[in-house]
Design a protein around this ligand. Structure first.
Ligand SMILES: Nc1ncnc2c1ncn2[C@@H]1O[C@H](COP(=O)(O)OP(=O)(O)O)[C@@H](O)[C@H]1O
Ligand SMILES: [Mg+2]
Length: 407
C-alpha cells in the first residue's frame, strides 16, 4: 500500500538527512519534508525526489507540525505517517500525531522516553535496575538527595542530549559550582542521580508493536561523560560480533522489559546501560529514536545491511528483516587537543600501513575546520573485521597513533 509520509527535519542536520534519504528509497512510500528551513537550504536532487515540501514556523512545536501536515494533506492528499529522528522532536511529533489521529508512539510513551526523571520512575516501579534519582526543583530537593545518596553523583538536565550540561559531582564545592550555573527551579528542574561506576554500553533494539525482534550491543570507551570532561580524548565504540553469549545475558533480559514498560510500540530505540563492577546491569537512559554518533552506520557495517533503510521501512511499513551479525565493527573518534582550527593530522601513514586493511569508512578532519564542540569529534574512522579482538585492538592502536593538531 502506498504510504504518504511527512518527515520532519527541523534543521538541516546531516544525520537527519541521511534518514530522510533512506525513507525516499523505501518502496511504496511518498515522502514530504516538513522543516523550518527554506527549500533552498536543501540540495535540488533531494528536493526533486520529495512528494511535497512544507516550511513551518517552528518545527519543534506540535501546533506548527499539525498545521504543516494539514497543508500538505490539502495539496497532496492524506498523510499516513509523521516521523522524524531528532531527540527533541519526539514529544511534539507524538502530540501532533495524536491531534491528527496518525499511528505511532503515543504522547505518554514519548514523554516516558524524553523526560529522564519520569523514565526512571517507570523503570524503578517495574523493578528494573537503574540509578537512584531525584527531580530537583529547589535547593532543598538537592540537599535532601545529597543527604540520602551522598557523593559522587550526576547532575544533568531533565531532557538533555549529547551529555550537554552534565556534571559529575564529587564534593560540596563542585555541587555549589554546578548549582551556580544551573540552579534548579520549578521551571528548570535538574536531574540528580547516584553515580554508577561501570562500563557504559548501548542496546539498540528494534521493536514491532511492543515486541523486541532484534538488537545490537556496543561498548563505549571511555564513557560519554569522561569524553565530555576531557575534550581531547579520542574515544572509541566497539560493536562486538558475539552478543548472544552469557556476557550480555543481563541486558538481553532487562532491555526488552524496559522498552516494554516505557511503551515502545514500533521503533528502533537507543538504550544506554552500565555493567557494574559486579557484572549487574543498570539501565541509564533510552531514546525512542535511532542512535546518533555513527552508531547506525556501525550497525550497518556489522550486519552488511543498510540500517538507515531498514529503519525507514520499519517506520513506514512496520516491517523489519532481522539481519545476522557477520562482523565486529567500531569507530575511533578523532579529536584535536587544545583550541583553534585543525591544521594537520599526524600518524596517518603509520595507521594506513598497520590498520588500512581494517578500515571501511573514514571522515578525516580537514585543515581549516573549526575544532568540534560535541563529543562526536573532528572526524572518525570505522574499522571492521570478523574477529572482535582485531577490531578492539585496532581501535586502541588507531587512537594512539593518529593525532589532530589544532592552532
Ligand atoms: N547515573 C550516572 N552514573 C554515571 N554516569 C552517568 C550517570 N548519568 C549519566 N552519566 C554519564 O553522563 C552521560 C550523559 O548522560 P545521559 O543521561 O546519557 O544524557 P544525554 O541524554 O545527554 O546523553 C552518560 O552517557 C554517562 O556517561
Ligand atoms: Mg545519553
Amino acid at each position: 500500500m502506498q504510504q504518504h509520509v511527512a518527515f520532519v527535519v527541523p534543521f538541516r542536520f546531516e544525520t537527519s538527512l541521511r534518514f530522510l534519504r533512506a525513507a525516499l528509497d523505501v518502496p511504496g512510500c511518498a515522502v514530504s519534508l516538513v522543516t523550518q528551513e527554506a527549500q533552498a537550504a536543501f540540495e535540488p536532487d533531494l528536493v526533486r525526489r520529495l512528494a511535497g515540501f512544507q516550511q513551518v514556523k517552528d518545527a519543534l512545536s506540535a501546533s506548527s507540525l499539525v498545521d504543516g501536515v494539514r497543508q500538505l494533506a490539502q495539496r497532496l492528499g492524506r498523510v499516513d505517517r509523521l516521523i522524524g529522528v531528532l531527540e527533541q522532536l519526539q514529544v511534539p511529533l507524538a502530540e501532533a500525531r495524536a491531534a491528527l489521529r496518525l499511528p505511532g508512539l503515543s504522547v505518554d510513551a514519548a514523554v516516558n522516553f524524553r523526560e529522564k526523571s519520569r523514565m526512571k520512575d517507570v523503570l524503578r516501579a517495574a523493578g528494573l535496575p537503574c540509578a537512584r534519582h531525584a527531580k530537583a526543583t529547589s535547593l532543598a530537593d538537592v540537599r535532601s538527595f545529597v543527604a540520602a545518596v551522598g557523593y559522587p553523583l550526576v547532575m544533568k538536565p531533565i531532557d538533555g542530549a549529547g551529555a550537554r550540561n552534565t556534571f559529575r559531582i564529587e564534593n560540596d564545592g563542585q555541587l555549589a559550582e554546578a548549582l551556580g550555573s544551573f540552579p534548579p527551579h520549578a521551571t528548570t528542574p535538574m536531574m540528580l542521580e547516584e553515580f554508577i561506576v561501570g562500563d557504559e554500553h548501548s542496546y539498540d533494539a528494534v521493536a514491532i508493536r511492543g515486541d523486541v525482534v532484534w538488537h545490537s550491543i556496543s561498548r563505549y570507551s571511555p564513557s560519554p561523560l569522561t569524553v565530555k570532561e576531557n575534550d581531547w580524548i579520542q574515544w572509541t565504540v566497539l560493536l562486538p560480533r558475539e552478543i548472544d553469549g552469557p556476557e550480555f545475558a543481563g541486558i538481553r533480559a532487562v532491555g526488552p522489559r524496559a522498552l516494554s514498560v516505557l511503551g515502545v510500540g514500533t521503533q528502533l530505540c537507543h538504550m544506554e546501560w552500565f555493567r557494574r563492577k559486579d557484572g549487574s546491569v543498570a539501565v541509564s537512559e533510552v531514546g525512542a529514536r535511532p542512535p546518533g554518533a555513527q552508531f547506525t552506520t556501525l550497525m550497518s557495517w556489522c550486519h552488511d545491511v543498510d540500517m538507515y533503510k531498514a529503519w525507514a521501512r520499519l517506520m513506514v511499513h512496520d516491517t523489519f528483516d532481522p539481519p545476522q551479525r557477520k562482523f565486529a565493527a567500531g569507530a575511533a573518534y578523532l579529536r584535536g587537543q587544545g583550541h583553534g582550527k585543525v591544521v594537520r593530522i599526524h600518524g596517518l601513514d603509520v595507521a594506513q600501513k598497520e590498520l588500512g586493511h581494517l578500515v571501511v569508512e573514514v571522515r578525516l578532519p580537514k585543515p581549516g575546520q573549526e575544532h568540534a564542540t560535541t563529543y562526536e569529534g573532528d572526524g572518525y574512522v570505522i574499522l571492521r573485521h570478523p574477529e572482535t579482538k582485531v577490531v578492539e585492538d585496532g581501535l586502541k592502536r588507531l587512537v594512539s597513533i593518529v593525532r589532530v593538531e589544532l592552532q
